[in-house]
Design a protein around this ligand. Sequence first.
Ligand SMILES: [Zn+2]
Length: 945
Amino acid sequence: MTDAPTDARDYRDTVFLPNTAFPMRGDLPKKEPQILARWERMKLWQKLRAASVGRQKFILHDGPPYANGNLHIGHALNKILKDVVNRARQMAGYDALYIPGWDCHGLPIEWRIEEDYRKSGRDKEKVPVLDFRAECRAYAQHWMDVQAEEFRRLGVEGDFAARYATMDFSSEAAIADEIGKFLVNGALYRGLRPVMWSPVEKTALAEAEIEYHDHTSVTIWVRFPVVSAPRKELVGASVVIWTTTPWTMPGNRAIAAGPEFDYALVHVDGVDEKSLARVGEKLLVALHLLPQFLDVTGIAAHHVVHVFKGSDLAGAVCAHPLRGRGYEQDTPVLLADFVTTEAGTGFVHIAPGHGEDDFLLGRQHGLEIPETVADDGTFNTWVPLFAGVHVYKAGDPVCAALIEAGGLLARGKLVHSYPHSWRSKAPLIFRATPQWFIRMDGTEKIREKALAAIDATQFVPPAGQNRLRSMIAARPDWCISRQRAWGVPIAVFVDKATGETLRDPAIMARVVEAFASEGADAWYSSPPSRFLGADKNPDAYEQVMDIVDVWFESGSTHAFTLEARGLPWPADLYLEGSDQHRGWFHSSLLESVGTRGVAPFKAVLTHGFVLDESGRKMSKSVGNVTAPQEVIEKYGADILRLWVMASDTSEDLRIGPEILKQQAELYRRLRNTLRWVLGSLAGFSEAERVPPEEMPELERWVLHRLREIDALIRGATETYDWTGVYPALHVFCAADLSAFYFDVRKDSLYCDRPDNLRRRAARTVLDHLHLCLTIWLAPVLCFTAEEAWSARFGEDSSVHLQQFPTLPDAWRDPALAARWDRVRDIRRVITGALERTRAEGMIRASLQAKLVVYLDSSTQELLGTDDWAELAIVSDVAFAPGDAPENAFRLTEVPGVAVHVALADGKKCARCWRVLIEVGQHAAHPELCARCVDAVESGLVCRAA
Ligand SMILES: [Zn+2]
């Protein structure tokens, strides 16, 4: 309205333009820390708790991040989603008590401290264990403080002062107590078992600590001479095995064959020059694999003497290929279902100490489980021929010994996917060691109870249920021991004479008491007698110095964070990335089921991972990492929060410079919506308020839409399924409000008299909009919503202390909504017609136009012509009967509607710009229309005065 003709009177001061101190620019990186400081000053968390007294508690139990570095984008996604869920529940009338926690013990921190030792040339073995543990503790404390600050900067609301940490003395005592429950109920046992072992870190690794990479292994084909067999023709022949781990040969105790496979007894008739096969010998291999076997062993001519079924081979006994060199034991041929004919010879060499299948088959047949490999990956001193050799370097010596003994048939190389330590990246081995286990299928029935607990849990998305179920159904006993120093000890004793574990609740109670006051250091600093008590001779017992798997620790957090503090148990919700099906969800479930019989959660929500813009994993070497700290510095935390909630978090999310720009644009539109609402509400007073039944249909339609979104938000608050909710709110702001409702109502809000019903109704709706939008946006745009709240209600108030507004059910009006869907369809045709006319140059502003709208008679009843003029923002509308002219504007997707645009008759009102015949008829205000004359004459609109 700045281009009013200069020769006319200036009516700009009589128009109500939006007026607000809420700025267009967010300037979030600067403003957000100020808002955080304000919350701190006003003690917002304490106020929230005080306001929640007596309400139903909502417990989202925090899965602890590991305290060893700055936050990455995955942490941000996880904590933002948690924060939205918590804030929404709080605003829906719950007491959402969120206690952030940290995982502090474990290998990564030990590894980090040891790295420092290596760099400075210190010998870890010479550092007293308590000093080492103190360094680990200080390291974890440092990163816990850093991460807490970073989480707060993201806007995460929670009881940071009462945060939990697995290394708190109280936690260490509680974890020991949980181990004690398994000790006393009998599920905890010590057994020799192959475990995934890292010779570099000298410890067993949990499945979650293992990653698979390509690895080149030496492969060997080896003869096992048959010494006795139920079928005579087998004696004197050799069973040929193939293995990718030559170092497991000293641990061989059997050979497995598939009962259904065909095995060929092959007579060698001719060999290539370099072949290790011998003319005249008889070899047994799977028929299916014979062609490639002949190729790799250089057997040039052969004939098949006989074909046996695998089941015919049971009962055969072979000699170890190194018999006569210290390997005198028999090697029986056993039948097993896990044998395949995908590669090798169809015979699997069985070393019960070096594989899960091997172990189980060995146990089934009572085989010995030799401990051939020491913790550093070298062969034990008693191992013939190879004592002291490292298993990684055993390929050559084993081959040499086999050649000398006449056992080796061929040697090759294979690149295959092989387990590695996620920390040291070193290849792992299966190694038989004494470890502590929690039995899955004993009298405690942990597996059975865990499966039942999964069935009783709500999973969001539902696919998580089967995923966890299949993992629990197939898993072996839980190996909870680690041969490390930074953790909670498995504080138990073993009777040296009997090998029996002491299962004495009184000893356990003394341990827990000591840990509670001095921390788990007490296990290392106290004499065993302190725990054993006066009636036991300390010399008769072995004090176990293993520590417990950190997954057991985090699996116990429910006990010391919820139960011990008197909070509701089980938790309402566990919320983590989908990898935690095999991590935290898994261990928490087993821990809780094993000690309490049920799951520690009622619901489990999983989210995806964060990828770069083209869907690749983020990596420093590729240079596609988006760090949350950088996003906050450039755009602000609200942009990151908006990105999370604009995404489908059940899938993998993408982020990068372009996506962040889009989010910033999305944010700008939401902010403009809030700004326009605030500006148009300037000076709103209760006296203006209009009840819904007196409002125009357009206002009642907005109320109906509010009621719809209210249902959407309340639904997601209960189900945790937020996918699509904030995008719907964004569409409401952009399409329904900014591009339609605000556009239409500008005229009334700017130009009508303040006591005009239409204007009062619009301002009443804007008041509802301000309340609803700021409160609904508060869980996501926690900073911006606060800013938009205090722009109206001052800085002593906080949007976060508000409840979701209770919108009257009477606002719902589906019939009206259906009619307005039709109205907006027709309006699209009108808008299209006006755009075409503007492009042709006939008009500049839509108010210069008058329309002839061709509608059938029933559609004409939707709205009157004056209403259409208002909605179309034109100066005049007429309906026309009959067929529209050829050149009228139509849209194929809106049939039965055509629009003809012409220039409006009359003159332009200098105040409202409508073009009307009546302009010029008033003596005192010849430049105004009748409505504007009335407004100006009323004396209610002149703000300049
Ligand atoms: Zn006017």
